[in-house]
Design a protein around this ligand. Structure first.
Ligand code: AMP
Ligand code: GLY
Length: 424
């Protein structure tokens, strides 16, 4: 069958790399894709939320499966757009309905969902500009540090963690009264600070059954030792060494099952990936966020560990036959190291020639922000390339990721040399 992946990052290249290995995949399209996806699929220059353009492509190319990478089209309702259209409704779309996508699109919605289903998470209250004073009073009842979250999508920037109570009150006012994050911060969630170590668990669900995919830990800060500005993610490791079986059993019983059952009980249509951001507090998991998609760069370590046919699994979400679909995971560890443009996550230049890709051995180069220009691969984003390797343990895998990262070059290239530093 013909398949379409929507998106253009390392996540989409990793999905494409796996999907083309399926005997079920005839032609693969990626919209808009990057230089990496262009080598294994057909890129189509469409915006990820250009639903009419996507519709034309799907009809013209007889596409039967659509895999949505980023959150924006999901929150914008691409699933419902397909299901409401006579010509498109038989196409399998991997993702949640627009309503269920609010689990990522609104922090307040996600918190209320967790509360209704007794899913462990930080205590919280939500405030709007009308209740700004009550919000300040609520801050007085908490201990530092103070966690303020813009309710809506804010490109990963909407969470502030502040040590000082007066600064926290000021930022609350900036968000609510002065629209610091635009409409995204017209509601703010104030949350109890959770002290622990973060990891992510990924689930594929058909709304009835689920498969727990490999877990992963990403490294979000730009600087070594987890210092400096937040990025989309600078590297990842799977599996997470400190997530032992007793802990993962708690995650399944206390979080995954209540989440899938909660979707079912509330008639929220969901046929796709759930990315559960967790903090391990002592021995217990608590949810810090849901995302309604895979993570990037987590996908670059999660998907390479899946041994089963991914197309079978994705199609089973549409037919609600996930429970009887084969699923096995490679016990090896996978690591990825992200090569980024100098200056990222602030201003950076594009169009730098990337060299050395042909020298990579025993690792996979997933393109993130790349493009083709006059026969060359050039940088086209902040996060440029993820170098993924597999080995019997994460230290060996990291060694291979780093040996190969060192073979690649572009002007201003930077990467963290300490991915996994906190794991041993
Ligand atoms: P979120 O967008 O909700 O994942 O938050 C972004 C980041 O802020 C997370 O990855 C955590 O590092 C941190 N964070 C969010 N909520 C909390 C919390 N309640 N306690 C401690 N850290 C948090
Ligand atoms: N790496 C974090 C994310 O994809 O949201």
């Amino acid at each position: 069958m013909n398949i379409l992946i929507i998106g253009s990052g390392g996540r989409e290249h990793a999905l494409a790399h796996k999907i083309v290995q399926s005997p079920k995949c005839e032609r693969l399209f990626v919209a808009p894709g990057n230089a990496g996806t262009a080598a294994i699929a057909k890129n189509v220059a469409l915006g990820v939320s250009d639903f009419e353009g996507i519709k034309s492509l799907v009809l013209q190319e007889k596409i039967e499966l659509v895999v949505v990478g980023p959150e924006a089209p999901l929150v914008d309702g691409i699933y419902d757009f397909f299901k409401a259209d006579e010509a498109l409704k038989s196409v399998a779309v991997v993702g949640p309905s627009q309503e269920a996508a609010q689990l990522e699109g609104s922090k307040d919605y996600a918190k209320r969902f967790m509360q209704r289903h007794n899913i462990p998470t930080a205590a919280y209250q939500s405030f709007t500009s009308e209740t700004l004073e009550a919000g300040k009073q609520f801050l007085e009842t908490l201990n530092a540090p103070y966690v303020l979250k813009a309710d809506g999508l804010a490109a990963g920037k909407g969470v502030l963690i502040l040590e000082d109570i007066n600064q926290a009150k000021q930022e609350l006012e900036n968000m609510l009264a002065n629209q610091k994050f635009g409409a995204a911060s017209s509601t703010v969630v104030i949350e109890e600070f959770l002290d622990g170590i973060e990891l992510s668990v990924f689930v594929l669900t058909d709304g009835k059954d689920y498969k727990i995919l490999p877990n992963a830990k990403d490294y979000k800060r730009i600087g070594e030792g987890d210092k400096g500005l937040n990025t989309g993610g600078m590297g990842a490791v799977s599996p997470v060494p400190f997530a032992d079986s007793a802990f993962l059993e708690k995650v399944e019983q206390q979080i995954v099952i209540p989440t899938v059952n909660g979707l079912k009980e509330e008639n929220l249509t969901y046929r796709g990936f759930i990315f559960i951001g967790l903090i391990k507090v002592g021995d217990d998991p608590k949810v810090i966020e849901y995302n309604v998609r895979m993570g990037d760069p987590e996908t670059e370590v999660v998907i390479p560990r899946i041994e089963s046919d991914l197309v079978d699994l994705l199609l089973a979400t549409d037919t609600q036959t996930l429970g009887s679909t084969a699923f096995s995971v490679n016990p090896q560890a996978a690591t990825t190291v992200m090569l980024v443009s100098g200056g990222y996550p602030e201003a950076y230049e594009k169009g730098k020639t990337i060299s050395g890709i042909e020298n990579v051995e025993d690792a996979i180069v997933f393109h993130a922000g790349t493009a083709e220009k006059e026969g060359q691969v050039v940088t086209n984003g902040g996060r440029v390339i993820a170098v993924t390797a597999l080995a019997d343990d994460y230290k060996e895998a990291l060694k291979k990721s780093y040996q190969n990262a060192a073979k690649l070059h572009f002007d201003t290239m930077y990467y963290r040399t300490d991915i996994g530093f906190d794991l041993s």
